[in-house]
Design a protein around this ligand. Structure first.
Ligand SMILES: *[C@@H]1O[C@H](CO)[C@@H](O)[C@H](O)[C@H]1NC(C)=O
Ligand SMILES: *[C@@H]1O[C@H](CO)[C@@H](O)[C@H](O)[C@H]1NC(C)=O
Ligand SMILES: *[C@@H]1O[C@H](CO)[C@@H](O)[C@H](O)[C@H]1NC(C)=O
Length: 980
């Protein structure tokens, strides 16, 4: 799955940097506004907690239900279950009524119990579903027949079902289809989401049986399981029935053995209205459309049987969408958005081809469909053969969507296609290894995207888009190890976070570099081939890579990959390597310790990692060595002149920070400040030096003076990646200082750094600008306008007014698609209701999702409190025009904050986490932190999945308070001096 708020290049800026200018001038009224915003934010969080928990409370009403079995006829069962669920059946021998069970209360159930017993394995499924997608009847009827293998004789069959009404169950032996087993009772245990079928005679080991279940369910609007979505065409609502199953929601669509290791073959049949189409993982069989008995407007679509696969990868969609096709590759969209599928359709097959070569295994399914859905909880989902997306990461409109969204689309497609092998073909045994799936896809998506956009320096951008973000979270005490024990659905959903994705990707990248790409690829290929159509654990991958690297002699025969990688996957956090040179004998000592934001008890931290060290000097020859899970190593006689710098962690391929002795820092700074001297370092290393220096200083590992000196060279920096890296730290200072009396010093310094680059790349685009220049222009202009530079603000207002006065603003918009967010936001923030209402109207009318997202962010830039309050209220109001999956974006827009790092599974958990992050990012007084702590404490239960985010926010807030008291004076002093 792809997380929602990716921050590739420019998109992050869209999400993170806007609208803060309402705090630039610190006047009394603004201070008041700030207070209101803060209060409003807390209230809004409370509101949403309420709002979300009330949606979800429905299924929890009855703690545990027992489906009582009433035998209507005493005689033997003579009729075979009919495969067609639409037939009114006289064969329903069993009727179930529900009563509350007193067997086990919530607390008695041990957490490990949530796993299914292993006595029964599903072999194949036959699933038939009839969804009714009409106003007033959002339900579905279904029947599933599962062929099971019994491995241990057992008097029960236990599988998953959630939010389903079970109408009828039959169990019969394979090959003896008229011999039914007598069922004692069937219990629906809602806490564990189990359906337990107790039998009067056991199913026997070694035999196969059919379990046939008729059921009903609701096409919900919670964006999980089998759910409904809609869009409008000429004010008429069109409905869609679609699915999202990862991690544990297939059980909401049909009873099944809903664990990733229980792979089976699936045959799916879907009934649909005649004027709609259906798609699923596999190809539709023939052109047939059989009538559905009793439902004259419906017909059946039958699908080929799948290859062995996990339940969470099943998908189907029924809609009136159209598609564009390229061979066996299709992209689906609302008919009016069909032309926006061209880009995806162009790059999809190219990326697929790239992976076939990369993995050395052909894509195993006969076709692939991708579809853009109006409501979608995540960014995208890799269902095998039918990948689902939210529209904004699949659909692209030239001259409307920014170049940044072009890159984002390539990434998301590359991510999901990578999963077709890594995840779908070979699947983790259990969710504990989720990081491997997601980390891997996050890493190779860069390779896949690079294959179609080679000019984007994808591998440079990895550093700013993934690595630095992972550092940020992983430096908190409240971080977690990436390989983590999880059991119940909440715990599982909790680990779809930045640690799993970005840190996972970063350590795999590190491994690829110390193994070399060739060895990495050979090992991967062996791993995939040995486990395909089956499941694997991380140790299986480590074993294959150890074998391969010993064979190819890239690894000491006494060391295994597991030994190395376990230090990264089973331990929390990451190290800072301190480089201490001896300038007399040219030796150097590398030592390691955990890098922590809150590092008061530094010495008590004894975690050690296996760290691949790379280093070079002025001569640019890269050498390498290891710190092998030991506190320090010393290399003698490096043969570096005492006036030369030493650079460590080349291209930042290692997942660690580097600190140097002061003298080496000063040598590096001197190099950077020479005219064009910075070109001695790769842009990746410049990004690294800036990020390391500023972060080391912010937690006391390095003197701020030295760190700030590193930033001085930025006047001559013209590359996007280093700028983007340093903006994270500079924006942090912005947040900390914006409400203080000394903000002008910060502002003047930043404007000094930006002046030349702003002058050079300006506000207006030229045809032949490189894409990364477009990104840089955006980043620079965002900050230049935000800091109140007249020229910037006037350009923005002029462009906006021209658009506003044009006769057909929805049809024609001359503002560059790459600068729209700066222009809109600036104009809305200095404008009033008129500007806001105009933009809101454009939002409602827009047919391109990327444009909608841009407008949604910009609408949060208003300075009028009532407008912002109204906007927040609309965000949680049904039918306001803001989609459920976007409400978090509105909160973020209003609170003007980084939601960029938020990785999300469910719409609900995602919203709350984002909002919490949004509201707390600027906290830097003890009172704010304490208030928030209190708030969290009083509502701990309601936070659910967002609790971890809340804890992270508290820790970050406390770090901010400390930072203010420890460093702000010193920084202000440095800034004042540097401005003179
Ligand atoms: C179930 O048993 C059959 C027959 O023994 C065997 O061919 C099949 O591979 C088994 N399937 C699973 C999923 O264990
Ligand atoms: C929905 O429509 C189907 C088919 O007409 C019908 O059997 C079912 O009872 C309806 N359900 C509801 C809740 O109206
Ligand atoms: C069902 O049977 C299996 C295998 O015998 C057993 O492990 C499990 O506890 C049983 N479940 C219940 C609810 O009795």
């Amino acid at each position: 799955m792809t997380h929602v708020h990716e921050d590739f290049g420019k998109m992050d800026a869209n999400g993170t940097t806007f609208g803060k200018q309402k705090f630039v001038a610190v006047s009394k009224s603004l201070a008041l506004f700030l207070l209101l915003l803060f209060v409003g934010c807390i209230v809004a969080t409370g509101l949403l907690v309420y709002h979300l928990s009330s949606c979800q409370s429905v299924p929890q009403v009855e703690e545990s239900k027992l489906l009582m079995l009433n035998k209507h006829s005493n005689g033997d069962i003579t009729t075979v279950a009919t495969a067609d669920p639409s037939t009114e059946s006289e064969t329903e021998e069993y009727q179930f009524s529900t009563t509350t069970t007193t067997e086990k209360s919530k607390t008695e159930i041990e957490i490990d119990d949530v796993r299914l017993p292993r006595s029964v394995h599903p072999h194949s499924y036959n699933i038939k579903l009839i969804p009714f997608i009409q106003e007033g009847n959002f339900t579905f009827h279904g029947e599933v027949t599962i062929l099971i293998n019994v491995t241990v004789t057992s008097d029960n069959i236990t599988l998953h079902a959630d939010d389903l009404i079970i109408d009828n169950i039959l169990v019969y032996e394979h090959l003896q289809t008229n011999k039914f087993l007598s069922i004692k009772q069937a219990a629906n245990e809602t806490k564990r989401q189990f359906l337990i079928i107790y039998l009067n005679q056991p199913v026997e080991a070694g035999k196969q049986y059919y379990v046939s279940i008729k059921f009903r369910g609701i096409l919900n609007d919670l964006l999980q399981g089998f759910y409904r979505s809609s869009y409008k065409i000429n004010n008429e609502t069109r409905w869609i029935a679609t699915t999202q199953f990862q991690a544990t929601d297939a059980r909401k669509a049909f009873p099944c053995f809903d664990e990733p290791a229980l792979k089976a073959k699936f045959q799916i049949s879907l009934a649909r209205l005649k004027n709609m189409t259906s798609i699923s993982n596999m190809r539709k069989i023939g052109p047939y459309s059989q009538p559905v008995r009793g439902l004259s407007e419906y017909v059946w679509d039958y699908y080929e049987e799948s290859l062995p696969m996990s339940t969470y990868l099943i998908a189907f969609v029924i809609s009136d969408f159209d598609c564009l096709r390229n061979g066996t590759f299709s992209v689906w969209a609302r008919p009016s958005a069909l032309s926006q599928t061209k880009y995806s359709l162009q790059i999809g097959p190219q990326i697929l081809k790239f992976y076939e070569n990369f993995f050395g295994i052909k894509y195993p399914l006969p076709k692939i469909d991708m579809i853009g859905l109006p409501d979608f909880p995540a960014g995208a989902m890799e269902n095998w053969g039918l990948i689902t997306y939210r529209e904004s990461v699949l659909l692209y409109e030239d001259k409307v969507s920014s170049k940044g969204s072009l890159q984002r689309i390539a990434h998301v497609i590359a991510h999901e296609l990578a999963h077709q092998w890594f995840g779908n073909l070979v699947t983790p045994v259990w969710w504990s290894d989720l990081w491997l799936n997601e980390g891997f896809a996050t890493y190779v998506e860069c390779l896949g995207a690079n294959a179609v956009n080679p000019h984007l320096k994808e591998l440079d951008q990895f550093i700013i888009n993934e690595l630095h973000g992972a550092f940020m979270l992983d430096a908190l005490q409240s971080s977690h190890q990436i390989s983590i024990k999880v059991n119940n659905p909440d715990e599982i959903n909790n680990i779809f976070d930045r640690i799993s994705y970005s840190k996972g990707a970063a350590i795999l990248r590190m491994m690829q570099h110390f193994l070399t790409m060739e060895v990495f690829q050979r090992g991967l290929n062996k791993y995939l081939k040995s486990r395909m159509y089956k499941n694997a654990e991380q140790d299986d991958l480590w074993n294959m890579l150890t074998q391969q690297s010993h064979e190819d002699k890239v690894l000491d025969p006494n060391v295994t990959i597991k030994e190395i990688m376990d230090t990264w996957t089973l331990q929390t956090g990451f190290p800072v390597v301190t480089v201490q040179r001896n300038y007399e004998d040219s030796s150097v000592t590398f030592s390691q310790e955990r890098f922590l934001i809150n590092n008061e008890n530094r010495s008590s931290n004894s975690v050690l990692w296996w760290i691949p060290i790379t280093y070079m000097d002025r001569r640019s020859v890269v050498k390498s060595t290891w710190i092998g899970a030991e506190p320090a190593i010393t290399l003698n006689d490096l043969n570096i002149s005492k006036d030369d710098w030493l650079l460590v962690n080349i291209n930042q391929t290692g997942y660690y920070r580097v600190n140097y002795d002061d003298r080496n820092w000063n040598l590096i700074t001197a190099q950077l400040q020479k005219r064009k001297g910075h070109l001695a370092f790769d842009p990746k290393n410049r990004a690294q030096l800036l990020d390391d220096a500023m972060n080391l200083a912010s937690v006391g590992y390095l003197d701020y003076e030295i760190a700030l000196n590193v930033t001085k060279y930025l006047k001559q920096e013209r590359e996007y990646v280093p700028w983007k890296a340093v903006f994270t730290s500079l924006d942090y200072m912005y947040e900390m200082f914006v409400r203080t009396a000394h903000f002008d010093k910060y502002k003047n310094y930043l404007l000094t750094l930006l002046r030349d680059v702003y002058k050079e790349i300006g506000f207006n685009e030229s045809e032949d600008d490189q894409q990364l220049i477009l990104y840089l222009r955006f980043e620079v202009n965002v900050r230049t306008c935000k800091l109140g530079v007249r020229d910037c603000i006037i350009s923005a207002i002029q462009q906006f007014q021209t658009w506003k006065n044009s006769p057909y603003p929805d049809k024609r918009n001359l503002i560059s698609e790459n600068l729209r967010e700066v222009v809109y936001c600036t104009a809305i923030s200095v404008g009033g209701q008129e500007e806001w209402d105009f933009a809101w109207q454009r939002y409602l009318n827009a047919n391109v999702e990327n444009e909608k997202e841009t407008l949604l962010m910009a609408l949060g830039c208003s300075k009028e409190i009532w407008i912002l309050s109204r906007y927040l209220e609309w965000a949680i109001t049904e039918h306001s025009g803001i989609r459920k999956h976007d409400s978090a974006r509105v909160f973020a827009a209003v609170a003007n904050n980084a939601i960029g790092q938020e990785l999300a599974l469910g719409a609900s958990s995602m919203s709350l986490s984002s909002i919490v992050r949004s509201c707390t990012i600027r906290f830097n007084t003890q009172m704010e932190v304490d208030n928030f702590k209190e708030f969290v404490k009083s509502r701990e239960n309601e936070f659910g999945v967002a609790l971890r985010t809340a804890q992270q926010s508290i820790e970050q807030g406390e770090a901010n308070v400390k930072w203010m008291s420890k460093y702000s004076k010193k920084i202000i002093k440095w800034l004042s001096n540097s401005n003179t």
